[in-house]
Design a protein around this ligand. Structure first.
Ligand SMILES: *Cc1c(COP(=O)(O)O)cnc(C)c1O
Length: 356
């Protein structure tokens, strides 16, 4: 089938005018993969994974970035800029090229996964590594974009949220209704804000009769929404959610409270275990931050949270290939060396011949 991308397909729900350039990398339309194995561990009725790693640059950021970049072009901007833990810069760089704009990205020095950095570089962005964390980089970008003719494409840009809400539309289109629970990792909190907005719009339009409860999960060392106060030195292996002062703080709290949901923390160990479980048991390879949604759902199920009749959707925000270092570290010691002969391979595998 022909999939035209987010701007064209969801035009009626987006700030698309006759002047908006309908740029696209055919983002969106990502699979809602049904769980075969992990659902058994949960005690929920049905478990699905919204695999956003299948977007063109490997994360959900593409949904919002296509809208933000198209609007920047429509408004006559020549340069876009963002602070990024990685995926925003990869996406901004790709869509800026697509639209014929130039792109500047500010990343926290040394704290960005290899795959993401390689994307920003390959797409020709100007990459500045800031000697500070994401929150420092974002405040610099906010200052520059409000004083210079440069478009801000962080999720503070409302067009980002507009684009990202289309993932909620796809979940509903796939299931034919709203799920009971929607779980997702929370960093800067744009995505939880966007999903909630998307579900609420569908309810207002009468397309769904009920709303999901939103389950947000932060990493223990970067959980300002759980503790209720900013974290000055956020720490977690899940670099995409290593954020101490979420820009969409209010949106996240509103999504939690209006939906009767929760925002809780999971440890790095739980995140990495969930990442391995998704890869080994379901065949889905995600980056660590993405696994926080399933890690959280698993933890809640161990606390007896689910009754066994619910439909749960875990959003898997980014592809595992984004962060090869973490994956290889987790597999360390698993590679066995062997001589280049069939006999040696047979021996090491302990294979026995079939007797006829
Ligand atoms: C950006 C990102 C997040 C966090 O999303 P927020 O909107 O900042 O809460 C989670 N996972 C991945 C892979 C991301 O790229």
């Amino acid at each position: 089938m022909r999939w035209p991308g987010v701007l064209e397909y969801f035009a009626d729900y987006l700030p698309v005018t006759s002047h908006t350039p309908l740029i696209t990398l055919n983002e969106g339309n990502t699979p809602l993969v049904e769980s075969y194995q992990l659902v058994e561990k949960l005690g929920a009725g049905k478990l699905y994974f919204k695999f956003e790693g299948m977007n063109p640059t490997g994360s959900f950021k593409d949904r919002g970035m296509v809208v933000a970049v198209a609007k920047a072009k429509e408004e006559g901007r020549a340069v876009v800029m963002c602070a990024s833990t990685g995926n925003t810069s990869a996406s901004a760089a790709a869509y800026a090229q697509r639209a014929g704009l130039s792109c500047i990205v500010l990343i926290p020095q040394g704290k960005i996964a290899l795959g993401k950095l390689s994307q920003a570089l390959m797409h020709g962005a100007r990459v500045l590594a800031v000697q500070g964390n994401f929150d420092d980089a974002l405040s610099i970008v906010r200052y520059i974009t409000s004083h210079y003719p440069v478009a801000l494409v962080n999720s503070l840009n409302p067009y980002r949220i507009e684009g990202q809400k289309t993932a909620a539309f796809e979940v509903v289109e796939w299931l034919g209704e709203s799920p009971d629970y929607l779980a997702l990792p929370v960093g800067n909190a744009g995505n939880i804000t966007a999903y909630w907005k998307g579900f609420k719009e569908l309810k207002e339009k009468g397309k769904i009769t009920s709303l999901p409860r939103m389950l947000g999960f932060q990493a223990e060392g970067a959980a300002p929404l759980v503790s209720g106060k900013p974290v000055s030195n956020p720490q977690t292996v899940a670099t995409a959610i290593r954020i101490g002062n979420p820009a969409s703080w209010k949106g996240a709290i509103a999504a939690r409270d209006e939906s009767g949901g929760l925002i809780e923390a999971v440890s790095d160990e739980e995140i990495l275990q969930a990442q391995r479980m998704l890869a080994e048991e379901e065949g889905i390879f995600v980056e660590p931050a993405s696994a926080a949604s399933f890690a959280g759902v698993l933890k809640k199920s161990e606390e007896g949270f689910f009754t066994g009749r619910e439909t749960v959707v875990c959003v898997l925000t980014g592809h595992g290939l984004k962060d090869p270092d973490i994956a290889i570290k987790q597999g360390e010691g698993r590679i066995e060396e062997v001589g280049a002969s069939a006999e040696e391979v047979v021996e090491i595998l302990g294979l026995e011949r079939e007797h006829v």
